[in-house]
Design a protein around this ligand. Structure first.
Ligand code: ADP
Length: 422
């Protein structure tokens, strides 16, 4: 199937967020982990390539995104979306602006928009200033981010040092007048040579206006939310072929496993809640460092996977600190991630076909261990967390990858029951 929209995301959880929002419209969305090594085959109507280039050196980020663009063009995509974080995470060097300029050059286009707004999650842009809830970006916790501290809230000022061509604004007063007014404003800015246009959005309806006004733009850039209306708009206009619509997911055996490596407050609550419902096993980084994962593997092999057992390294901040003091932060994380990967393979080899994974890095470790490089996006369990379907060692499985604070306390049980009803 030919691809309509080709998306490139600068990190993995951002890619799943975008893929989940696009899939809300009921269309086929496929997420690739890294640029596929083989030419496009069996592609979906909406393709998302997940890179890990948010804080990579500029030249590397540009090279990777251009390779992703080339693959998406070969898949037949005519329109493209460059996805970054809704808090515009970047340094004065990039990578948001340099990547956008490189993609524009490859596509031969003179203008793009920047809209990281995500009203559902409290990210709004007004007069070019980004707000996180009621706080300006530079007063939000993002001001102290270890890699990309955001110490200005004004998107034009943030973007200017990252690009070579002029930056402008289409403000909320214009967006509020509708798609024609916004299109006129973009045209006027283009005639003045403005290549990079920050577009205000404070509410969901603004996103629809923006999607409509930009429908002929080869490249749009932003957070995930501004892409969300695109499939809906295409369905409304009859612009998608019938096979772009998602079909029912495969019926999979019930054998399941829950693997948790996230230590966020919400994941801790989710683990505590689920441990009352199913057999559970706690991974201890110190034991793993000394003895490897054999005990855990033996425990898992003895479980009835129909009970969907839970294995977790999830711990409170004091316990995490103790493990980190003893092993070093990187090694503590590494032994847990290695164990989760080995446990996922063991579960699969013992027949598990439903996998719930908690933790962004933990998800990366599990997908890598299972050899997964493509995920087909299914029904949403919680905002930003869909079920995905993929192949591992010749078997079709359902997999959901939940980062840190996503979902409510009942997420693990919710995820399993959602699979029964879709
Ligand atoms: P989140 O999405 O919540 O940030 P991640 O999986 O991305 O979760 O990150 C959690 C990190 O903490 C991983 O590297 C994981 O291996 C590590 N970790 C998990 N449990 C422990 C623990 N008990 N002690 C130390 N580190 C841990």
């Amino acid at each position: 199937m030919s691809t309509y929209l080709g998306c490139i995301a600068d990190d993995f959880t951002g890619a799943t967020d975008l893929a989940g929002l696009l899939a809300r419209a009921g269309v086929k969305v496929s997420l690739r982990i890294g640029v596929p090594e083989t030419p496009p085959r069996n592609t979906a109507a909406f393709e998302v390539i997940a890179l890990k280039c948010r804080t990579a050196p500029v030249a590397q980020a540009v090279a990777e995104t251009r390779a992703a663009l080339a693959w998406l063009r070969a898949a037949g995509a005519q329109r493209f979306f460059w996805k970054y974080c809704s808090t515009f995470d970047s340094t004065p060097q990039g990578n948001i602006g340099p990547v956008a300029e490189a993609l524009m050059a490859d596509l031969g286009t003179d203008q793009t928009i920047y809209c990281p707004a995500f009203p559902e999650n409290g990210r709004a842009i007004f007069m070019g200033n980004l707000f996180v809830g009621q706080q300006p970006l530079a007063e939000s916790p993002m001001k102290d981010h270890p890699l990309t501290p955001m110490q200005d809230s004004n998107l034009m000022r943030l973007l200017e040092p990252q690009v070579t061509r002029p930056v402008g604004l289409a403000d909320r007063l214009c967006v509020a007048r509708g798609a024609d007014a916004l299109r006129d404003r973009l045209g006027a800015l283009a005639r003045d040579g403005v290549a990079h246009v920050v577009v205000d959005a404070v509410a969901d309806e603004d996103l629809f206006v923006i999607a409509e006004a930009c429908r002929d733009m080869p490249l749009m850039t932003g957070g995930s939310a501004v892409a969300m209306p695109i499939p809906q708009m295409m369905i409304r206009d009859g612009a998608l072929a019938a096979d772009a619509i998602r079909t029912a997911p495969p019926a999979l055996p019930r054998a399941a496993v829950i693997l948790s490596g996230s230590c966020s407050a919400m994941t801790r609550a989710q683990v505590a809640r689920y441990a009352d419902l199913a057999p559970s096993y706690r991974l201890d980084p110190l034991t793993l460092a000394e003895q490897g994962p054999d005990d855990a593997l033996a425990w898992l092999a003895a479980q009835d996977l129909e009970t969907a057992p839970l294995i977790y390294a999830t711990a409170d901040p004091d316990a995490v600190r103790r493990a980190q003091d003893a092993l070093g932060t990187a090694r503590a994380g590494h032994v847990v991630e290695q164990a989760l990967g080995a446990l996922a393979v063991c579960a699969r080899d013992n027949g598990a076909r439903r996998f719930v994974v908690a933790g962004g890095e933990s998800s990366g470790a599990v997908t890598q261990a299972l050899g997964v490089d493509r995920l087909d996006i299914g029904a949403e369990i919680a905002p930003g967390v869909p079920w995905c379907y993929c192949d591992t060692d010749g078997a079709r499985i359902a997999l959901t990858l939940k980062s840190g604070n996503f979902g409510t306390e009942t997420f693990f049980a919710d995820a399993l029951s959602k699979l029964e009803t879709t």
